[in-house]
Ligand binder design. Structure first.
Ligand code: PEP
Ligand code: MN
Length: 337
């Protein structure tokens, strides 16, 4: 960390800061010019991040050189993390195709979609049992009954299942029924939940918050890894911008950036990113081109009657066609569905 002092800062102010840093256990290096003094601060990341020096007298600017995350960074681990989920995996060249409805609605819906997406090449089944809805009057999901239907459909089709955890109090219950716990965009910075998931032995699918920066996503993933759980999959699902034609704006540069910055697998959700059925296929192909390790796509056997996110859901023939269109490129790169 660099503390840049105001022009002609007094020796008293400089000494006050140096004393404070030494007391906290950090080392300091002074660069003193005629006008400016810069204090270089060296210490453990944990220590540096507890030091809030911005408000001290005479301070002009504090520049943090260390990243706020460590375990998720490529500096810490060069090789790609491969997250194994049941009979499949994601990362390190293994491609995940996660498909299924936004929300679990019935046994019939789930078994139909599970078998169909499996036949088309999906590697995991998704389905929300606890739904984060903007309106309290919208369908909130089937809860525990939904979890059971998801599990049954996944087992019948031979697919591991992914579902969202909305409340940390449901963690144990959901972990009993699901193979991957999805942290939704709205909970990306629910730090208590991330702490709890860090203690669990279940892969976590961490979605990017609606207005979260790349660094904030990585810092949230760091919470889970810090707790001991190394199985985190990041998901770019679009961010809020001024554009209204699409539901969100798919940030594919973030996918490429994540692949440089972190060893964790990165997947893309073109469904929530665009909100439009007609954009899912091209954006899926673009995601693969950008280096994504997988896709999570909403598929419903009858989108017109879906209780949640029908307009962005593919029907089964559309998903089949999309999955087929991805295969040649994935095979070419040695990836597999
Ligand atoms: C979902 O996957 O159904 C969902 C609600 O996604 P997000 O948290 O990205 O909005
Ligand atoms: Mn949805």
């Amino acid at each position: 960390m660099l503390i840049v002092m105001r022009d002609h800062a007094s020796p008293k102010d400089i000494q006050h800061i140096v004393d404070h840093l030494h007391q906290a256990g950090a080392e300091t290096h002074l660069s003193q010019g005629e006008v400016k003094t810069v204090i270089g601060v060296i210490g453990e990341r944990e220590l540096i991040y507890t030091l809030d020096m911005e408000g001290f007298p005479g301070v002009s600017e504090v520049i943090r050189v260390l990243k706020p995350y460590k375990l998720v960074g490529r500096d810490f681990q060069v090789e790609d993390t491969v997250v194994t989920v049941g009979n499949t995996s994601v990362g390190g060249g293994a491609f995940a195709m996660i498909a299924g409805p936004c929300s679990v609605e019935s046994a019939d819906q789930m078994t139909t979609v599970a078998h169909a997406v499996k036949a088309a090449g999906a590697t995991m089944l998704r389905g929300g049992a606890y739904k984060p809805r903007s309106s309290p009057y919208a369908f909130q999901g089937m809860g525990l009954d939904g979890l059971k239907l998801l599990r049954e459909a996944g087992d019948a089709a031979g697919l591991p299942v992914v579902t969202e955890i909305l409340d940390v109090r449901d963690a144990e219950t959901i972990a009993q029924w699901a193979d991957v716990l999805q942290v939704g965009a709205r909970n990306m910075q629910n730090f208590m939940m991330l702490d709890e998931l860090g203690k669990m032995d279940k892969p976590v699918l961490l979605k990017r918050g609606l207005s979260a920066t790349i660094e904030e996503v990585l810092s949230s993933a760091e919470y889970v890894l810090k707790g001991g759980n190394r199985d985190v999959i990041l998901c770019e699902r679009g961010i809020r911008t001024f554009e209204t034609y699409t539901r969100n704006t798919l940030d594919l540069a973030a996918v490429a950036a994540f692949k440089i910055l972190t060893h964790l697998p990165v997947i893309v959700d073109p469904s929530h990113a665009t909100g439009r059925r007609d954009l899912i296929a091209p954006m899926s192909r673009a995601a693969v081109a950008a280096g994504a390790d997988g896709l999570i796509i909403e598929v419903h056997p009858d989108p017109e009657h879906a209780r949640c996110d029908g307009p962005q859901s593919l029907d089964i023939p559309m998903f089949d066609e999309l999955a087929g269109s991805l295969v040649p490129r994935i095979v070419l790169e040695g990836k597999h569905l």
